[in-house]
Structure formats: structure tokens, C-alpha cells
Design a protein around this ligand. Structure first.
Ligand code: 5AD
Ligand code: SF4
Length: 439
């Protein structure tokens, strides 16, 4: 979500005639777009602002802007601690960025941290990092109150974008050569809940949205993130199964495998229910891959609770997992819980979890060896060669010539925990769909 906002910030500035520079010293505008979800964004922000101060003194035309979650949260504090900041623009106020910069020139420091999104960031111009893949926001904000999470505090309650607007954006993107979109929302399963008339039934508008976007010609792949296990509904499974363009991959945040901890986290599903969704989804969508988010060391987590997480990980057999050490976010409920877990204990559990997941990821990837899969080329890999991704969201490396945005069939030779390697083959040899059915 934060990167998506950065694309809009770049888009607004570019539309105004600004051009990017690698040299902070010569910049007329410097924007620090902050994300406060996990690490200590504030230390990093004030560190960066300290570096910028002498540059600004040498170049008085420079305007410094702080945007994003921390701007929303810290508000006036930022300009009190760093009076050389010209503009503080919160998460809901991006559309007024240019106006704030102009006013800062005439009137001095500006701040807009309004509480309500009026214009969706996706409706603003964008400079996209990638010409073939795009994020599309379907909702902003979140109505849940997970006790570890800063998001509801800085993004506000959920606001969904009307289906027609989302569809129009996707159609425009597809017409301009985008082949893959990722629908973005904090909890896509409740998409549209705030748009429906009370009492009109609990029909999932997300399933409807998936089906609508699936009808967009020239688009090849649809992804979405993230569904909340509590709000998952069978019609979403049916839509994923029925929609050809929707990829066989679900990011399904677990957070913890201990029911006691889930309760303390205010996550309203329990581990057995979570696993039953995993089973049900696997049964209905052949070849589906799962990824997840897990937090280790939530306050009060005992060895027994942690073993609960390991058990669920063993059973769910995720293709990949993002694992995080719990980090208290000021202002959240869990930050004031008094049974915080010591750092060494968290680290030791974290290492065990990563080792277990790596072995499972490798096993899942090994199932791809000897298969031919459809790969969307993304660019050059870190060690040279070509890097792309399967529909199941697995990274693939291979040697050869291929341009970003191209689809190739790749025979997988070797599995690694975090990627696959192979070689391209003529399309006629493809059994990509057979692959999906066989897994
Ligand atoms: N500490 C650690 N991880 C967190 N996440 C969110 N808040 C915290 C926190 N305070 C993780 C969750 C979420 C992902 C985006 O970030 O796992 O799903
Ligand atoms: Fe945060 Fe929970 Fe909302 Fe996800 S569902 S954004 S973890 S409050």
C-alpha cells in the first residue's frame, strides 16, 4: 500500500513537470514516504531528516515533504522535532500534495492530516515502477482492531472503491499494456461492505469484483492481497476457481497458530477453522499455492503457544511465509501488554520457524521439478539471468533473452527454498494447465 502511494506521489510530481534526480543535494522536492507497520520508522525518518538539513541549508529552494503513516500518526510532532520540514501530508491527503508544496513556498510550513479519504490514491496519476504489472486499490483502511496493528490508526476505517471505478482503472491499465494487476485492500473479503445498503444481504462483493475484473480483455493475471481468514466466504473460492485470469495463489495471513494468542491478537478465527479453510481451498482449486504472514513473540507467547504455530505451519504446508518478530507499535493495544517476550527468546523461536518453513518451501518447490510452467518475465535477477514468476507466485530464474512483460514456458530443473530454476522451452511443450491440475 505504501509503495502504491509512492507511485502516486511520483505521478503527481511528474505531472507537474518535476523530473527525478539521484542527487538529493540538487532536489527541489524531497519526499520521505513513511511506513510504520513494523520497523522503527521514526528513528529512520529523523535520521534521514538530519542528513537532509545541511543540504537544505545549502539549497534553500529545497522543499522537504514527509508523507505516509508516520505523518498521519505524528502530525505536528514532526515539524516540532524537525522545523526544516516544509510539508507533512497524511495518508488521506495525497491529492493535496502539490497545493501544499505551493503554499509552503508562499506561506511557510504546511500540514494536512485529514481523517477521511475523499479521492482514492488510485485515481491519481502514477509513475509505475513496472509497465506490465500494477497495483489497484479496491479499498483503503480497515475495520478490524488486531491488537498488534497500527493500520487502523493511520489508515482509518475501511472505505471501498465503487466496483465500476476499479473496473475502469483495470480496463485502462490493460489497454496500456499491463498484463497483471494486484487488487489491494487491507481485508479484501470485506470489500464493498461499506457500499451496500444495510439489510441488503451479506453477498460478497469481492467475488463479484473478481468476476468483473476477470472479464477484462488483454489482461492475463489477477492477484489480490489480503483476505482475512475470519471473513473468507465460499463464493470467493468459487470465483477464484471459475476465473481464468485469477492466479492460483492465496496470501492468507495466519499470524499465530495458538488460539490463546489469536484471541489476544483480536483475530477472531481459531487455528482449526483456519486449517479447514486451507483444506477447503486446496480441494476446490487444484494447484493453489499458499503464502502467509506469521508474527513470533507476541506478548505472552509461551513455548507451548509457539509450538501451536509450528503445528499449524506443518499442517498447512505453505509455499512461502513472511515471518516477523513482534514489534510494539505505539498506540496499539498490545504495546501496553506487560508480558513482552525477551528478545533472545523471540530470536530463537524465529530461527526455528524459519528453518521449518524453509524445509516446507523446498518440498513444495520440489513438486515443480520436471514440470513446464508459464512464467511472466519481470527483469534481470540478482545474479544476472532472467527473473520471472509463475501464476502460483513462485520466482523463477533462467538463462536467456527475454523482455519484461513477456510470457514464456519454462521447464523447471531445480527447486530452491525461495525460487525455481530452469530453461525456456517452446510453448507447444507446455503442460502448465496440467501442472495446475496435478499439484
Ligand atoms: N509486529 C510484527 N509484525 C507485524 N505485522 C503487523 N504489525 C506488526 C507488528 N506490530 C505484520 C503482520 C501483517 C504484516 C503486514 O505485518 O503479520 O500481516
Ligand atoms: Fe491490521 Fe488486522 Fe486490519 Fe490486517 S486486519 S490491517 S492486521 S487491523
Amino acid at each position: 500500500m505504501n509503495e502504491h502511494d509512492s507511485e502516486r506521489i511520483a505521478g503527481l510530481l511528474t505531472a507537474e513537470g518535476y523530473v527525478p534526480t539521484e542527487e538529493a543535494a540538487e532536489a527541489e522536492v524531497v519526499v520521505l514516504n513513511t511506513c510504520a507497520i513494523r520497523e522503527n520508522a521514526d528513528n529512520r525518518l529523523y535520521g534521514q531528516l538530519g542528513h537532509l538539513r545541511p543540504l537544505k541549508m545549502a539549497n534553500p529552494r529545497m522543499r522537504i515533504v514527509v508523507a505516509g503513516c508516520l505523518a498521519q500518526k505524528d502530525r505536528g510532532l514532526i515539524q516540532r522535532r524537525a522545523p526544516w520540514v516544509d510539508v507533512v501530508v497524511g495518508t488521506h491527503a495525497l491529492p493535496s500534495l502539490l497545493e501544499l508544496i505551493r503554499r509552503a513556498e508562499a506561506e511557510g510550513p504546511q500540514m494536512d492530516v485529514r481523517e477521511y479519504t475523499e479521492v482514492f490514491p488510485s485515481a491519481l496519476p502514477a509513475v509505475r515502477g513496472d509497465r506490465h504489472r500494477a497495483w489497484v486499490s479496491v479499498s483503503v483502511g480497515c475495520d478490524n482492531r488486531c491488537s498488534f496493528c497500527i493500520v487502523p490508526l493511520v489508515r482509518g476505517p475501511q472505505r471501498s472503491r465503487p466496483l465500476g471505478e476499479v473496473l475502469a482503472e483495470v480496463q485502462g491499465l490493460a489497454a496500456s499494456g499491463v498484463v497483471e494487476v494486484t487488487l489491494l485492500g487491507q481485508n479484501v473479503n470485506t470489500y464493498g461492505r461499506d457500499l451496500t445498503v444495510p439489510g441488503s444481504g451479506s453477498r460478497s462483493r469481492f467475488a463479484e469484483l473478481l468476476r468483473a475484473v476477470d472479464g477484462v480483455e488483454r489482461l492475463r493475471r489477477i492477484r489480490f492481497t489480503s483476505p482475512h481468514p475470519h471473513d473468507f466466504t465460499p463464493d470467493v473460492i468459487d470465483a477464484i476457481a471459475a476465473c481464468e485470469r485469477v492466479c492460483e495463489h492465496i496470501h492468507f495471513p495466519l499470524q499465530s497458530g495458538s488460539d490463546r494468542i489469536l484471541r489476544a491478537m483480536r483475530r477472531s478465527y481459531r487455528s482449526e477453522r483456519y486449517l479447514s479453510w486451507v483444506r477447503r481451498i486446496r480441494d476446490s482449486i487444484p494447484g493453489i499455492a499458499f503464502s502467509t504472514d506469521i508474527i513470533v513473540g507476541f506478548p505472552g507467547e509461551t513455548e507451548e503457544d509457539f509450538r501451536g504455530t509450528l503445528r499449524v505451519v506443518e499442517e498447512a504446508r505453505f509455499d512461502s511465509a513472511y515471518t516477523f518478530q513482534y514489534s510494539p507499535r505505539p498506540g496499539t493495544a498490545a504495546a501496553s501488554f506487560d508480558d513482552q517476550v525477551p528478545k533472545e527468546v523471540v530470536q530463537e523461536r524465529f530461527d526455528r520457524l524459519v528453518a521449518l518453513q524453509e524445509s516446507i518451501s523446498l518440498e513444495r518447490n520440489r513438486a515443480c521439478e520436471g514440470r513446464i510452467v508459464e512464467v511472466l518475465v519481470e527483469g534481470t535477477g540478482r545474479k544476472g539471468g532472467v527473473q520471472g514468476r509463475t501464476r502460483t507466485n513462485k520466482v523463477v530464474h533462467f538463462e536467456g533473452d527475454a523482455a519484461p512483460g513477456q510470457f514464456l514456458d519454462v521447464a523447471i530443473e531445480r527447486a530452491h527454498p525461495h525460487h525455481l530454476s530452469g530453461h525456456p522451452v517452446p510453448t507447444a511443450e507446455r503442460d502448465g494447465l496440467a501442472l495446475a491440475a496435478a499439484e
